[in-house]
Write a protein that binds this ligand. Structure first.
Ligand SMILES: O=CC(=O)O
Length: 332
């Protein structure tokens, strides 16, 4: 019988040994295509027939585009698993994959510490309003004249975490070390044990009562623009907003208006609606700290994510099951 194939979409940068070791159980293949049209053609040509598992990276979007209905339809019939290297798998249309009997995995735990660190960095930077003086110093004007606005201490402030998954829970621990009071909102209220003392509140109550709001939820059809004009208006005047999840959870145009009016005091962002484009109203506003999607950008975490994704491919090929099946497919 022909050996199963595992298709690599994107690059392995760190875990070369583990990827190469998969060659004992599968034929490792890469696409010839350099863009979506070519990839669709390559699938149709039969060249990728026999591929059972696909390892894909966030950046492979440049080759294939989203794993949407059009793309999933043309994948070889042999494909049974799509293993996404990342916690957020919004580039993959899970219901469409489920409809074709394709199982999807992600790398949830590997990213928690690293992303929550960036989250905490942005919370502190935005609260302390460090962006304006960082700019004046680089422009040779020390603290500038007039002096930059005073920042705020994290101690005693209420942090509202929207999305209490792995990153949200990790952030909670970090923020507690800065003496912040934690409330959270989640699809489901967590057990006391998992919530670890954080208070569960309704979404609107969280918006109305938090001094700092952190977005830690996945992007999907229910969460796109979850924060828009109405929600921003509900927030306390002077609120600080931080997003390390996905840009499109916030309606960026509405956020720019809320910043311009001063209702939102400062913002820390690692993610944007249309990466790598960033709304000019965010770039030009000194009260916004911006990072170019660096949440998992450490050598330790990048390696851990690759190892985790390779393990998903390996167990899928060996046992027919994924280690980190996405929650939507559990129990299907
Ligand atoms: O953005 C990073 C990830 O989804 O892991």
């Amino acid at each position: 019988m022909a050996r199963p194939k595992a298709l690599l979409l994107g690059l392995i940068e760190h875990a070369h040994e583990s990827w190469n070791a998969l060659s004992s159980i599968a034929e490792l293949v890469t696409p010839q295509a350099r863009n979506r049209a070519e990839f669709i053609e390559e699938c149709r040509s039969g060249r990728l027939n026999g591929v059972v598992a696909i390892y894909r990276t966030f950046d492979s979007l440049e080759i294939t585009g989203r794993f949407d209905e059009e793309l999933v339809k043309v994948l070889p019939a042999s494909v049974k698993f799509v293993c996404h290297n990342g916690a957020g798998y919004d580039q993959v249309d899970v219901p469409v994959c489920s409809g074709r009997g394709i199982k999807v995995s992600n790398t949830p735990n590997a990213v928690n510490d690293c992303t929550a660190d960036v989250n905490m960095f942005l919370i502190l930077g935005a609260l302390r309003r460090f962006n304006p003086p960082m700019n004046t110093l680089r422009n040779g004007k020390w603290r500038g004249n007039p002096l930059p606005p005073l920042g705020h201490d994290p101690e005693g402030k209420t942090l509202g975490i929207v999305g209490m998954g792995g990153i949200g829970k990790n952030l909670k621990k970090k923020a507690e070390a800065f003496s912040m009071k934690i409330i959270y909102h989640n699809r489901n209220k967590l057990s006391e044990d998992l919530a670890g003392g954080a208070n569960y509140v309704g979404f609107e109550e969280l918006l109305r009562t938090s001094d700092v709001i952190s977005l830690n939820l996945p992007l999907n059809t229910h969460t796109r623009h979850k924060i828009s004009t109405r929600e921003l208006e509900m927030m306390k005047p002077g609120v600080v907003l931080v997003n390390t999840a996905r840009g499109a959870i916030i309606d960026e145009a509405a956020l720019v208006q809320a910043l311009d009016s001063g209702h939102v005091a400062s913002v820390g962002l690692d993610v944007y609606e249309e990466e790598p484009k960033v709304h000019p109203g965010l770039i030009n506003n000194p009260n916004v700290i911006l990072l170019p999607h660096m949440g998992t950008w450490t050598s330790e975490t990048q390696k851990a994510m690759e190892e985790c994704n390779i393990l998903n491919v390996k167990t899928a090929l060996e046992t027919g099951a994924l280690r980190n099946m996405v929650p939507e497919q559990v129990g299907l």
